[in-house]
Design a protein. Structure first.
Length: 221
């Protein structure tokens, strides 16, 4: 399930990028592309696996990951859609931002039980934009996705286990030229919690999965 979820994200990002118009640029135009990937079809981005087999044992894992991508032209550009016309009327400005904040915590406490905690978290984002010189075409495309999965089981003796996935991903791109401005923004907030526990001679099992994707594309003439 998790791998299928991430493959859906990969396809989404490819389709979003393919939506960009292919045009011969004029001098003074700006073309920007950026992406981030946490995990892929082969390797999980963030994973935790805990296994306790009988005996009295405790295990805890905490992981955190942050990704920040920013690019602009000219340097430190503030697009005119935000503050009104700035500088020359013929200025071309473009900016792209991406942020991913992922957290994963897992724990298990065994009292002669067999406890398994498995948690996986992937994310990815892609952006492309072209801001043409003067009154030329403005084109943008972006895709964003999160995939998560949790499996928690307990058998035999007493004990319990739990895991939490928390993901916040966002991206923004904006640009302007003499013909106007263009803007796109996407965000996904995902929160997933699983837990199990019980007394001896009982069995508990649960599995959860989450997949979320979003895409946008626009051409402004």
């Amino acid at each position: 399930m998790l791998r299928k979820g991430f493959l859906a994200i990969t396809v989404l990002l490819f389709v979003s990028s393919a939506a960009m118009a292919v045009i011969p640029p004029l001098a003074g135009s700006v073309a920007q592309t950026q992406s981030f990937t946490i995990g892929d079809a082969v390797n999980t981005g963030m994973a935790t696996v805990i296994a306790l087999t009988h005996g009295d044992a405790v295990a805890n894992v905490c992981q955190s990951l942050d990704v920040d991508n920013i690019q602009s032209a000219p340097c430190n550009a503030t697009p005119c859609w935000d503050i009104g016309w700035c500088g020359s009327f013929c200025d071309v400005e473009a900016v792209q931002k991406q942020n991913a904040d992922l957290h994963q915590t897992s724990g298990a406490d065994g009292e002669c039980g067999i406890i398994n905690v498995n948690s996986f978290l992937d994310a990815g984002g892609s952006q492309e934009q072209f801001i043409g010189f003067s009154t030329s075409l403005k084109s943008q495309a972006q895709g964003l996705g999160v995939a998560a999965q949790q499996v928690v089981t307990r058998t035999d003796g007493a004990g319990g286990g739990g895991t939490t996935n928390d993901a916040s991903v966002s991206q923004m791109q904006a640009g302007s030229n003499a013909g106007g401005s263009a803007f796109e923004a996407s965000s996904i907030d995902a929160f997933q919690v699983s837990g199990t526990g019980g007394a001896a001679n009982s069995t508990t099992a649960l599995a959860t999965s989450l997949t979320a994707t979003t895409s946008q594309a626009q051409n402004v003439y």
